[in-house]
Design a protein around this ligand. Structure first.
Ligand SMILES: NC(=O)c1ccc[n+]([C@@H]2O[C@H](COP(=O)([O-])OP(=O)(O)OC[C@H]3O[C@@H](n4cnc5c(N)ncnc54)[C@H](OP(=O)(O)O)[C@@H]3O)[C@@H](O)[C@H]2O)c1
Length: 283
């Protein structure tokens, strides 16, 4: 059985990756505390001990707005940390699966972004993630880079949870309607990553649930599914000025993933329904 080291294993995606992979792989999960990807010596120690066949890097500095003021930290984790992992994978002959983001694009396109489209991030987070991708590509070619978008999952803060929490306190919610993307369930993308690995693919892949929507449409859908009585008003993003600019259109074209794996992730509405049915258990 292949030995898989998972970094950032306590994060929202890390949790589901460990769960999905543990059926067929020998999983070694490491939280931030247990393995800081900035710490090269510690990475070497862990590699020596485990000799992993595969590394799945779910570790990242993901606080998009904070990245604007903590630029050094964002680049240390999302670029230098990723470089450290790729160098170590290269010397230990391990395969690297790295998670990247739709935020490497400007959001100015009118059609879904393909893997080879020009990147042009508009915030520090996106720039640091793009530099991480380049560090991998400059190091070796034994990798998959998975770009995904708008994640929601059981084990982390996310937009849907925030909307449901706000709906308990407010009668009216104002939600941005001029940013469009592909909401993606961490449980589904973990499965998609497994399909890609099992297919023997290499390179960059866009992986997301099917369908597109705005944040407003996503909020309206979640609220309706939960049967909550709250008014939702669509607004422009300039009503909510935030430190980091967001791409207005960040729809990823997943054709390459679907062709490679011979299947697709389900529609985001089915994924959200599934997620909400889980949330019923403990809300
Ligand atoms: N969330 C989204 O909407 C989204 C969209 C597109 C792509 N992505 C990408 O998907 C991946 C997973 O994101 P996520 O949503 O699961 O984020 P998350 O919940 O914030 O998980 C990231 C994990 O990385 C850990 N971490 C931070 N700095 C680290 C370091 N120096 N060394 C080791 N671990 C470190 C964090 O630990 P602490 O919290 O303890 O610091 C956290 O457990 C990331 O690569 C992210 O860029 C996310």
């Amino acid at each position: 059985m292949s030995r898989v080291l998972v970094t950032g294993a306590s994060g929202m995606l890390g949790h589901d990756v460990c769960r999905v992979f543990s059926k067929d792989y020998d999983i070694f999960p490491f939280s931030h505390k247990e393995l800081d990807i900035i710490d090269e010596a510690r990475i070497r120690e862990v590699f020596k001990e485990l000799n992993p066949d595969i590394v799945i890097n779910c570790a990242a500095y993901t606080q998009v707005d904070l990245c604007e003021e903590k630029k050094d930290l964002a680049f240390k984790v999302n670029s230098q940390g990723v470089h450290n992992l790729s160098k170590m994978c290269d010397s230990f002959n391990a395969f690297l699966v790295h998670i990247s983001t739709d935020y490497v694009f400007s959001g100015k396109s009118k059609s879904p972004y393909k893997e080879e489209d020009n990147t042009s991030p508009i915030n520090v987070y996106g720039a640091s993630k793009l530099e991480g991708e380049k560090k991998i590509q400059d190091t070796f070619d034994n990798y998959i880079i998975v770009r995904t978008s708008w994640l929601f999952g059981k084990n982390g803060k996310n937009f849907i949870k925030t909307i449901l929490e706000l709906s308990k306190k407010l009668d009216v919610l104002r939600v941005v309607d001029d940013q469009v993307g592909r909401p993606t369930y961490t449980k589904d993308i973990a499965q998609g990553i497994k399909w890609l690995l099992d297919s023997g693919a290499k390179g960059i892949f866009h992986v997301a649930n099917e369908g597109t929507c705005s944040w407003y449409e996503l909020a309206r859908f979640a609220i309706k599914e939960k049967g909550i009585d709250v008014e939702i008003i669509p607004v422009d993003s300039n009503e909510f000025k935030r430190p980091a600019e967001r791409p207005s259109y960040s729809v990823l074209d997943t054709t390459k993933f679907k062709t490679t794996c011979g299947r697709s992730l389900r529609h985001w509405k089915d994924a959200v329904r599934d997620y909400l049915s889980y949330l019923k258990l403990d809300d």
